[in-house]
Design a protein around this ligand. Structure first.
Ligand SMILES: C[S@@+](CC[C@H](N)C(=O)[O-])C[C@H]1O[C@@H](n2cnc3c(N)ncnc32)[C@H](O)[C@@H]1O
Length: 330
């Protein structure tokens, strides 16, 4: 099956545009999904090695079969990119595959790509429990072999925390009522039940921004999978394994994710200097990166027309530089 049917990769042209001259390199695709970006990168650079990471075994299984043609240039790890040591593991595997291929040159980590969130197959397959329109168990785990399902999460979470979760995700007006109604209906075991509860809370007149359950499902999914909890640390670990001149590219789809990426990139690019703005730096701030995107890049109108799910994408890219003290720069 054509993998694009299951997930259409986002901003591929822009991603490739930020990967010049990586012929003798290793790329870590930390959110491999259906391998759309991986395939584009491996095809563009016939010498590189790519290590994919994904926590969803189902997605890996479906994608891996179709990408067999890349042989040993592609290895996929079923782990979380945000678990301790994940990027070191990816580097260790890269070293093994490069060695096994009898290459004599050193292949540094030239790029790490993170295309955050869920893939379209996860969203569209009712049995995974992410869909507010398709019937299924209220699961929402990307890795179905561990962790708590969305149904269990709702039974364990406090009213205050649930209200906060919805509020943070943009349900300013209905956060309290949603949390109250949902908790009073526990246990909620199917996606349909949850959708109906949300529809009962949010009046028809307030549904101009799409299906009322969309943001509620998104907020729950992010919480169940701890999508933002360890993101900042993971960005640090990804940046760490890059060679000088290597690039970290992050595509995010949610304001909370993008804020985390922006803040972390800004820390790499400024060293987190805490000195007064009009005085030379005395705090020892060390600059480690150069921002390659001014703010963030968004998809073209044409791409959004072809793939509406790309609409919320934001791409940020930073290049690792030889560390320099901010004071030596001023
Ligand atoms: C937007 S999709 C990536 C799609 C991919 N770029 C492509 O072209 O097919 C995000 C993927 O990241 C995976 N994912 C999300 N969080 C993860 C984590 N913490 N560790 C590993 N994989 C994760 C999801 O399972 C999903 O397959």
């Amino acid at each position: 099956m054509d993998l694009e049917v299951l997930h259409t990769p986002v901003m591929v042209k822009e991603v490739l545009g930020f990967l010049p001259n990586i012929e003798q390199g290793v790329v870590i695709d930390a959110t491999f999904g259906f391998g759309g970006h991986a395939k584009a990168i491996l095809s563009r650079y016939p010498e590189i090695f790519l290590i994919g990471i994904d926590r969803d075994w189902e997605s890996i299984k479906r994608a891996a079969d179709t990408l067999r043609g890349f042989g040993r240039r592609l290895a996929i790890l079923h782990i979380r990119y945000d678990e301790p040591g994940a990027f070191d593991k990816a580097v260790a595997v890269a070293m093994e595959v490069v060695e096994a291929s009898s290459k004599t040159t050193i292949f540094p980590v030239a790029a790490v790509l993170l295309d955050l969130g869920v893939n379209s197959y996860q969203l569209d397959e009712g049995s995974r429990g992410f869909s507010y329109t398709k019937p299924g168990p209220l699961d929402m785990r990307m890795d179905t072999s561990k962790g708590v399902t969305a149904s269990q999460f709702l039974q364990e979470v406090s009213f205050a925390d649930l209200k906060e979760l919805f509020y943070e995700n943009g349900e300013y007006k209905y956060a309290t009522k949603l949390a109250k109604e949902i908790i009073s209906h526990n246990p909620i075991t199917t996606t349909q039940e949850l959708s109906q509860i949300v529809e009962g809370v949010i009046p028809k007149s307030m549904r101009r921004r799409g299906h009322p359950a969309k943001r509620v499902f998104q907020a729950l999914r992010i919480a169940v999978n701890e999508e933002i909890t360890f993101l900042a640390d993971a960005l640090g670990a990804a940046f760490e394994v890059l060679t000088v001149g290597g690039r970290l590219l992050v595509l995010s789809y949610h304001s909370g994710e993008d804020r985390t990426v922006k803040n972390k990139f800004s820390l790499f690019a400024t060293g987190g200097c805490s000195c007064p703005k009009n005085l030379p730096c005395r705090c020892g701030a060390l600059i480690k990166g150069k921002l390659l995107t001014k703010g963030s890049l968004v998809p073209t109108k044409e791409e959004i027309a072809d793939n509406p799910r790309a609409a919320s994408a934001r791409l940020r890219v930073i290049e690792k530089i030889q560390p320099i003290y901010l004071k030596d720069f001023q």
